[in-house]
Design a protein around this ligand. Sequence first.
Ligand code: ADP
Length: 494
Amino acid sequence: MPFILALDEGTTSARAALYDQQGRRIAMESAPIAPRYPQPGWVEQDPEEIWQAQLDAARRALERCGVPGREIAAIGITNQRETTILWERASGRAVAPAIVWQCRRTAGYCARLASSPQGAEITRRTGLVVDPYFSASKIRWILDHVAGAQARAEAGELAFGTVDAWLVWKLTGGRVHVTDPSNASRTMLMNLAAGEWDDVLLDWFGVPRAVLPAIAPSSAVVGTTDAAWLGSEIPIGGIAGDQQAALAGQACFRAGLSKNTYGTGCFALLHTGATLPSSANRLLATRAASTDARAQYAIEGSVFIAGAAVQWLRDQLGLIASAAESEALAASVPDTAGVYLVPAFVGLGAPHWDPDARGILTGLTRAASRSHIVRAALESIAYQTRDLVVAMEADAGQPLRELRVDGGAAANDFLMQFQADILDRPIVRPADTETTALGAAFLAGLAVGFWRSVEELEGFWRVERVFEPRMAASQRERLLAGWAEAVARCRWRA
Ligand code: ADP
């Protein structure tokens, strides 16, 4: 059986990729998923659309190469994390729209919780900062707002899952309800050290144990797909949240290796091996994808709006026709002429954690042009990443040697060079930047013996380009001072 199929269910699209024995991607298909914004700060998706888009992408990937389902050794699943779905076990129908990770509807609830004595204890148990980002408050919201949901959850009629568990449920025709530690560690209901659901947290959030999936290792066969979907019963061998999958796809399997993904948001992760991390700088401690039965950990920092700021330039402002066009426009001016964009459209993530901050465009003069604003948007991605990396280095007690990059916006050479300059560290871009799907494939392939070892996987990783820092320290310091000032202003409120 010559191939591994990776299902990569992201925030804006569901993708499916096929890999051969040498870890080469031979096909990739995608289907878009529409977000809905029913109120300011709210973000929803249709769970059925997520499933159908994923199935459609998988079928087209197989068709494109003429590969029948029986030639797939295993499926690996990776997914947008934290996004919360509750469904009826009997019918497989969702009882509410998926509440997407970006959604801020539980900001008030989380603010009260964070300032209560329970706040610090939640962080101690989960490694997470109390914030609407994570699943627990989103589950609470659905149980509170869907008629009868709490009672039905307690009676065992409902199932909760992040998108991985939802897809496994659908793929197995409702036979398997399972997640992995990397996803479970983002729900705010898992005890990070124990790797199990935590009764104290379940009690505080009022979430009945009966709704929860089992937690299986990230690289393990958890079930087989119904033959109806892809023409054959295929083992599901890997599950990991998108960022932990990307860490694996970047061949960061050991303590000290780090990556940053530039997608809708930015996610920087530093592998800490078997050491349970704790952050003194408001980053998250989380589970890395486990390549065997042992627990593996990472420190993570997330920026909510990164590539999404470029989408905003395109869709809301109409300043660019395509995301790729931002590169030439930004490079057409020597600097932003003092303009800063802080895209705090849904508040600020790590290390600020301010759900009430809102975006700001500052430093405007009559000379400010489209190019300056576009450049400021790209630079904001690099500044936000730097804020994460500074906190990460402080937690780790040592500077990063390099940062491996991936995600849609990592294709932007201007952004990568500016990132190297503002970070003062080399930026390393691999040949295959679809590392999320690759990581899911790695985990699935390891589980079924398609690949034998982590060392074999490390051999597949290839550098495409290294961006060396070349900005003068004085210029960097001047720019960073301006950024700090702009961030302070976006946190102003009446
Ligand atoms: P996700 O997995 O979060 O859906 P992707 O990794 O596919 O995201 O990246 C898509 C994001 O990257 C979009 O927000 C898009 O605006 C941005 N993007 C894509 N190409 C570029 C580019 N050349 N320059 C800047 N941003 C880009």
